[in-house]
Write a protein that binds this ligand. Structure first.
Ligand code: GLC
Length: 523
């Protein structure tokens, strides 16, 4: 494909390693398991894999508390396995993106162990120590400061108390963190997902955050001093220079408290390549539900289209990830997949790089856990108001054999009981499955440049229908989605339109319930 830039034109697939495939029967997914499924991913038609953390971790935040940035946790494999994974992925044309969690370490990381050992330790200033706490709150609940009796000071942690925040104002820290990027790029890694990157720098004086209306302590503050400090920009410039000294490397940021405006401000030729803006995944704060109807969806699309276009920044599209209830659970009812087809169609046809979350291609649902089964720290803290993120992290459902073909031992989280019918093998054999729809859509994206790079033009439709054009160099593709359970007509713009993909049996311009049509203008 001419001018195909993998991170812009390709599709990225997120793997949560402990839940994808277990090769050694310990109930935990691992790198060798991922290698054994690379053919599956290549056949599906994705272009890159984002691996959630596989580094050594005491699992206080299930891998997002890292005790060594440049190692593999023995439960997941070894650096040799990792090298094999990169080589095997590259052999199939798949890129590898790592998750770098550099805002905080684990309290078991050697840097923190040294830092906490004495007030005079050379690494004392690598973390944020103070005699008196300010009013900041941890996003997983409670105060953001933990008292350390051995040295008589408090350290800052924006997440759990076992995740001390690194002091990014210290130049040695910045150098050490850039070395982490270098280490993995030297091993052939193609890109990075930067965990809560816009929290790296805190205001140097650590002033109290001003109050605002909210439910939890954390939400009752305006986060103006603990995130989004101006020093982030020069660091991003430095990081980008390093990335650009290797060919075609990529960085996508997880923007904390993302809005389209904020997100674009962190992207550009001398900053991040991209940053998530989570347009379709946030909960409306007033009514804590996930909205999902054409009017709301189009509003979100327009908001981001306008902002990203004006700034010349390439967007990303996310429907699910390891922090959210899966789209299929947010929008779907029971085992009915009609909403999952709509969400997948949007994910793969909007302007922007799509991120597929493992299992999304078969419409995996969140598991339901009893209180005693919950592992995720915020879930333990806020149950039953908030049940945490375990639900979306259950084992991948490969087939209908016991434990869904994920493992031979009891998995770290239960397999969803629907695996007997909802699994990869079954859906591969069903031409009308979400899996086969996703695969066809991925192939179509490869074939039709307008679906990747085309401008986005919304069309006027009846209520309940969402339709838009993607246009590039004279190529016009029309995408129409019926969100409702009534058959709907929509007016095809003039010209001769050929059907490229249809999810049901309707005819061009007539959408049966929940139907999706993708057409191309001929001639
Ligand atoms: C990010 C991750 C989340 C993690 C948190 C703290 O939001 O996506 O899983 O718990 O950062 O590292």
């Amino acid at each position: 494909m001419k001018d195909f830039l993998w991170w812009r034109d390709g599709v990225i697939y997120q793997i949560y390693p402990r839940s994808f495939a277990d090769s050694n029967g310990d109930g935990l997914g691992d790198l060798a398991g991922i290698i054994s499924r690379l053919d599956y991913l290549a056949d599906l038609g994705i272009d890159a894999i984002w691996l959630s953390p596989f580094y050594p971790t005491p699992d206080k935040d299930f891998g997002y508390d890292i005790s060594d940035y440049v190692e593999v946790d023995p439960r997941f494999g070894s650096l040799a396995d990792f090298d094999r994974l990169v080589a095997e992925a590259h052999r199939r044309g798949l890129r590898i993106i790592l998750d770098l969690v550099l805002n905080h370490t684990s309290d078991q990381h050697a840097w923190f162990q040294e830092s906490r050992s004495s007030r005079d330790d050379p690494k004392r200033d690598w973390f944020i120590w103070r005699d008196r706490p300010n009013n900041w709150q941890a996003s997983f609940g409670g105060k953001a400061w933990e008292y350390d009796p051995s040295t008589g000071q408090y350290y800052l942690h924006l997440f759990t108390r076992e995740q001390p925040d690194v002091n990014w104002r210290n130049p040695e820290v910045r150098k050490a963190q850039l070395d982490v990027f270098r280490f993995w790029m030297e091993r052939g890694v193609d890109g990075f997902r930067l965990d809560v990157f816009n929290a790296y720098f805190k205001h140097p004086d650590l002033p109290d955050n001003p109050p605002k209306f909210g439910v939890r302590g954390f939400d009752r503050q305006n986060h103006i001093y603990d995130i989004d400090q101006p020093e982030m920009m020069p660091f991003l410039n430095e990081m980008r220079l390093l990335l650009d000294s290797y060919p075609e490397r990529y960085a996508v940021g997880e923007t904390y408290f993302a809005t389209p405006q904020k997100t674009v401000s962190y992207c550009g030729p001398d900053k991040l390549h991209a940053a998530f803006s989570f347009d379709f995944t946030f909960m409306e704060m007033v009514f804590p539900v996930f909205p999902w109807n054409p009017g709301w969806v189009i509003k979100q699309i327009i908001k981001r289209e306008v902002t990203f276009n004006a700034a010349g920044i390439w967007p990303t599209t996310v429907m699910s990830n390891h922090d959210l209830p899966r789209a299929a659970s947010r929008y779907g009812r029971g085992e009915n997949d009609s909403q999952s087809f709509l969400a997948m169609a949007l994910l793969l046809t909007l302007r922007g790089t799509p991120f597929i979350y493992y299992g999304e291609e078969i419409g995996m649902r969140d598991i339901q856990l009893r209180r005693s089964e919950i592992l995720d720290p915020p879930g333990k803290k806020y149950w039953p108001l908030y049940k945490g993120r375990d639900g979306c992290r259950s084992p991948m459902q490969w087939n209908d054999s016991p434990l869904a073909g994920f493992s031979t031992a009891k998995p770290w989280l239960p397999v969803h009981p629907n695996y007997i019918r909802r699994n990869v093998a079954t859906q591969q054999g069903d031409p009308d499955s979400l899996f086969n729809f996703t695969r066809k859509l991925l192939a179509l994206r490869k074939e039709i440049p307008a679906l990747r790079g085309g401008d986005f033009i919304p069309l006027e439709t009846a209520r309940g229908v969402l339709a838009f054009l993607r246009q590039l160099d004279g190529q016009s593709v029309l995408v129409a989605l019926n969100f409702g359970r009534r058959t709907m007509k929509f007016l095809l713009p003039s010209g001769s339109w050929r059907m490229l993909l249809i999810s049901a049996q309707g005819q061009p311009g007539v959408l049966s319930p929940y139907e999706i049509q993708i057409l191309i203008l001929e001639g």
